[in-house]
Design a binder for this molecule. Structure first.
Ligand SMILES: NC(=O)c1ccc[n+]([C@@H]2O[C@H](COP(=O)([O-])OP(=O)(O)OC[C@H]3O[C@@H](n4cnc5c(N)ncnc54)[C@H](O)[C@@H]3O)[C@@H](O)[C@H]2O)c1
Length: 368
């Protein structure tokens, strides 16, 4: 018998292409595919989505072997309890490994349903039908799933990309103004990550987007989705290039944590983060101030930033240290910084002094 080495290598790959379908006919295409590929399916959504789109919900309910499940709204739904309830529901429905889960809603539902799909019988089919700006441009693409824990947000999860993401900009027409503006925080981030011509297009399209022109919404969703696809393709597991997407988020996450995730939207926090980290970028990687001016003008065009309460500076630094993207044992902060629109550099050792100066200048902490 040939000798078997004591270290065996098993090369494992999850062969999967994630199809992101963006267009004003995406919902119709979703229904066609659902019908053409019948398998036991649970479409999970919120009661408010059913109320907002009663005809669409009725169509889903009429499909053979398709169950429409409604789940509570809000971040509290991304919890262990809710995850267990959802898995239990799938057992009650008698789902097996060929079953399919569809998340029809925003990022909260996408993260929860994605994790349930990854865990149920070690993984079942997953589709997303994102209905918020955040979900269409960001959270439904790239496979991050999560629930929150008492120790922090999004700390338990998997990488489990959906086989199909059906991005129909029509859903954005009914999105409450607050949620739409919240999503614009990430879109403004994308504009600086992507660079020209998208940045100029976004500046010129403010009025069209504010009246929710479907064509403009589609262009915006498609451009952001295409960028995210490119980044995730290069770095699915978030060890390198995917961290570019974290632009503005290091400071943003700390602000959200200090606000106890209340009274400050994620989009607002990201915009504050873009401003503060932009000031760091000017000093550290030579970002020209004309780009910070353009950032400020875009922010103003979308209603400006509400002033934040004065926070204890020590708490701010503690919140920053807890950021998932900070690595153990490194000196200084690790930040993706904008060199110019379309170009990012991840800097490993931004000093506390430099960050502090930027935070003071941005008005986030008071100078001493
Ligand atoms: N997985 C990722 O990569 C990723 C990325 C970004 C954010 N996230 C997560 O996404 C979550 C935030 O998602 P969100 O901003 O989409 O919020 P959300 O999922 O809470 O949705 C916001 C609200 O809008 C309502 N709504 C949704 N679509 C609607 C529509 N078309 N018309 C009217 N009302 C509608 C919903 O019922 C909900 O109450 C957070 O938990 C965040 O951690 C995940």
């Amino acid at each position: 018998m040939s000798a078997i080495p004591d270290v065996l290598e098993l090369h494992v790959h999850r062969h999967l292409v994630s199809h992101i379908v963006v267009g004003r006919d995406a919902w119709d295409r979703f229904l066609q595919r659902l019908t053409a590929e019948p398998t036991p399916t649970a479409v999970v959504t919120h009661p408010s989505i059913v109320e907002t789109f009663p005809d669409l919900a009725a169509t889903v309910r009429r499909l053979p072997d398709v169950h429409l499940l409604t789940w509570p709204e809000g971040e509290a739904t991304k919890s262990w309890d809710s995850l267990r309830d959802l898995l239990d529901e799938l057992f009650r429905l008698g789902f097996r490994r060929d079953a399919r889960l569809v998340a029809w809603g925003g990022g909260v539902l996408g993260d929860l349903v994605g994790l349930a799909a990854a865990l149920y019988m070690r993984g079942i089919h997953l589709w997303h039908v994102p209905t918020t700006l955040t979900a269409q441009t960001d959270s439904a693409i790239g496979g991050k799933t999560a629930v929150d824990t008492p120790f922090g947000k999004n700390l338990v999860g998997t990488f489990y990309p959906a086989e199909f993401v059906w991005v129909d900009p029509h859903f954005l027409m009914t999105l409450p103004e607050v949620a739409f503006r919240d999503g614009m925080g990430e879109v403004i981030k994308y504009a600086f990550l992507i660079g020209e011509p998208f940045l100029s297009w976004l500046e010129a399209s403010t009025a069209d987007l504010q009246r929710r022109d479907p064509e403009a919404l589609e262009t915006m969703a498609r451009t952001c989705a295409a960028y995210k696809v490119r980044v995730v393709q290069a770095d699915e597991q978030d060890w390198g290039m995917r961290q570019w997407l974290n632009l503005g988020h290091t400071v943003g996450h700390a602000l959200e944590a200090m606000a106890d995730y209340r009274g400050l939207t994620h989009g607002e926090a990201v915009l504050w983060g873009l401003v503060a980290e932009g000031l760091v970028a000017c000093r550290r990687v030579g970002l020209k101030t004309i780009y910070l001016d353009r950032l400020h003008r875009l922010i103003e065009a979308w209603g400006g930033l509400r002033p934040l309460p004065t926070w204890d500076e020590t708490r701010f630094w503690q919140a920053l240290e807890l950021d998932k993207k900070q690595r153990h044992g490194t000196v200084g902060f690790r930040l993706p910084l904008l060199v110019e629109p379309g170009r990012v550099e991840v800097v490993e050792d931004v000093s506390l002094d430099l960050l502090r100066q930027a935070l003071v200048e941005a008005g986030l902490i008071t100078g001493r």
